[in-house]
Write a protein that binds this ligand. Structure first.
Ligand code: PTJ
Length: 243
């Protein structure tokens, strides 16, 4: 039991959740490593939503509410940390939710689907086909889901799949604390913020952003600018870390 007055309470609770979900088979062992990398970058960004991430979150909402066929792709880490937040975003944006895994097994697909459904998410069902330009099972997705989507939100994604989705002409939005990752650089829009801070903001903006402002955020979206400003923020934090 983690004492609520521990200075690292939030981080320790998330870590415990990832560990528990790894034991249950929801999170892959690789997912534990991915979480640790995320924690390290969160230290660098100051464990808060920066001004530029805030704009990126508004831009993500603008893309989602303007899309014809938006889909949220959920993996083990996202389901473990944010099943209820995915439900809220699905309700606010009208997006479909597809479970799509890097380390894919039928058992994990079923466990993650169940966890999402227990939290009120409507999960897209059907037979996955090899439709993405990737080798092996990473190519699998639903024809009426990710394959036919025009805008796809892929939090904590692998760089290869992000590039494959871009090559299919989709708007790819990711949430990734590492602004140097291949995913962050390949995406149409990267939100450099922690998953559980970012999702509620995107949900709020899906509900609040006036339609006329959506077009402006989409027009002005510049992924490189978001990445550069995250790196500048980290640089400034490092420069003053021990002041
Ligand atoms: O459940 P599966 O089988 O689909 O596997 C999921 C993982 C996450 C293991 C897989 O997609 C993977 O290997 O991802 P990567 O390539 O490690 O990328 C994950 C990225 O997410 C890294 O750049 C991390 O810094 C970042 N990250 C980790 N946790 C968070 C995060 N970003 C935001 N919020 C987090 N909580």
């Amino acid at each position: 039991m983690i004492p609520p007055d521990h200075p690292r309470y939030r981080s320790l609770v998330a870590r415990e959740r990832i560990a528990g979900c790894a034991r249950a088979g929801v999170v892959s062992l690789e997912g534990i490593a991915a979480h640790g990398r995320g924690e390290a970058f969160d230290y660098l960004i100051g464990e808060r939503t920066t001004e530029s991430a805030h704009v990126a979150e508004k831009t993500a909402a603008a893309f989602l509410v303007s899309a014809k066929n938006p889909v949220i792709s959920v993996n083990g880490n996202t389901a473990a940390l944010a099943a209820g937040l995915v439900r809220d975003l699905q309700q606010a944006s009208g997006a479909g939710v597809e479970v799509n895994l890097f380390h894919r097994t039928e058992e994990r697909m079923n466990l993650i689907t169940r966890l999402l459904e227990e939290n009120g998410v409507t999960v897209m069902a059907g037979k996955a086909e090899r439709l993405l330009p990737l080798s092996h099972d990473r190519a699998l997705c639903l024809r009426h889901g990710i394959f036919e989507s025009d805008v796809v939100l892929v939090p904590l994604e692998d760089g290869d799949r992000c590039q494959a989705l871009r090559s299919m002409g989709k708007v790819v939005i990711t949430i990734d604390l590492n602004p140097l990752s291949r995913t962050a650089r390949a995406a149409s829009l990267t939100i450099v913020d922690e998953l559980t801070r970012a999702l509620p903001q995107i949900t709020r903006f899906c509900r609040e952003l006036p339609v006329e402002q959506s077009a402006k955020f989409i027009r002005e979206c510049d992924n490189n600018r978001f990445l550069k400003s995250a790196l500048q923020e980290m640089e400034a934090n490092l420069a003053h870390a021990l002041d």
